[in-house]
Design a protein around this ligand. Structure first.
Ligand SMILES: NC(=O)c1ccc[n+]([C@@H]2O[C@H](COP(=O)([O-])OP(=O)(O)OC[C@H]3O[C@@H](n4cnc5c(N)ncnc54)[C@H](OP(=O)(O)O)[C@@H]3O)[C@@H](O)[C@H]2O)c1
Length: 268
């Protein structure tokens, strides 16, 4: 699309022409930090995303995820940059279906509480003069990393893999999310938006669907209850999907259907 993009990294070795240093852990570094651009759009993605890490150390993680993220946001706004904050379905407890963009937040985890605090803090900093967009995501999958990549490796090798059948997600593919984020940024619209799968399924069902889409044998998936393992599951939403009423109305984007999602993951 011919767009120039910069990323940030907290690792000195990865700093380069398109990648600038940014460590949200360091208050002094953030207060001295300067944006490499003026104008344009910044997608705020960096932070501590582990639910377990946030639960284990609310103070340190909140410093990164809330306090320093908001200090950074203030600086970016002062540089004339439009902000798009990535947030999460964890701002809801997952007890009720189809929570849409105007539903009240009701987090059940420390990570979700931090996401809510960042959203609210950002809206306050921005005020009416500097409209910002907040895009909440359900669970994102890609073939290049994480659980989908692991499942795909197993299926390609004809190996059995275990997947939880008592933990639900509403999966979306990375390409769907990237297209949605770009559409929000280009639209100039502000406020809260959701990007979600159209279906809720267990990890075992997700793995089975992925296997089928790859033409692999679905019997390679071994359903397993998380309760029977050592896995500490701290967020167990009955309804992990998000309603997308506002996204649909303003930008015409619908929740991602499973068939499209599996194909996009495989091709991504
Ligand atoms: N993935 C999902 O399914 C999902 C779902 C809902 C919402 N989201 C939201 O989407 C955003 C991106 O999620 P993700 O899954 O890509 O997260 P991720 O894989 O955990 O990546 C987080 C990024 O933040 C960086 N980071 C961590 N601590 C930092 C610090 N102190 N200073 C600067 N950078 C730091 C990490 O850098 P290193 O590479 O150096 O560790 C990493 O690049 C997050 O806001 C998350 O809440 C994601």
């Amino acid at each position: 699309m011919g767009l120039k993009a910069y990323g940030t990294t907290r690792r000195h070795a990865d700093v380069g022409t398109d990648s600038v240093r940014l460590d949200l852990d360091s208050g002094s570094e953030i207060s001295q930090w300067h944006s490499p651009i003026t104008g344009g759009v910044a997608f705020l993605c960096a932070g501590i995303t582990s639910i377990a890490a946030c639960e284990a150390d609310p103070e340190a993680t909140s410093r990164v995820n809330v306090l320093h993220t908001l200090t950074l946001a203030q600086k970016l706004i002062e540089s004339g940059i439009r902000l798009v904050l990535l947030s999460s379905n964890a701002v809801f407890d997952g007890a009720s279906p189809e929570q849409d963009e105007l539903s009240d937040c009701r987090p059940a985890t420390e990570y979700g509480r931090q996401k809510c605090a960042t959203e609210q803090g950002l809206l306050k900093i921005a005020g009416k003069k500097n409209p910002v967009a907040i895009v909440r995501l359900s669970k994102v999958f890609t073939s290049s990393a994480g659980m989908a990549a692991e499942f795909m490796r197993h299926f390609s090798a004809g190996e059995i893999c275990a997947a939880f059948d008592d933990l639900k997600v509403s999966p979306v593919s990375m390409p769907y999310v990237l297209d949605g984020l770009i559409a929000v940024a280009r639209s100039g619209q502000s406020g809260v938006f959701h990007l979600s799968g159209s279906k809720e399924m267990t990890y075992a069902e997700f793995a089975g669907g992925l296997a089928a889409a790859m033409g692999a044998d679905a019997s390679l998936v071994r359903p397993m209850a998380s309760a029977t393992t050592d896995a500490k599951v701290l967020f167990r939403p009955e309804h992990p999907s998000l309603g997308m009423k506002r996204m649909r109305q303003l930008l015409g984007i619908a929740p991602e259907a499973p068939a499209d999602m599996f194909q996009r993951i495989i091709r991504s």
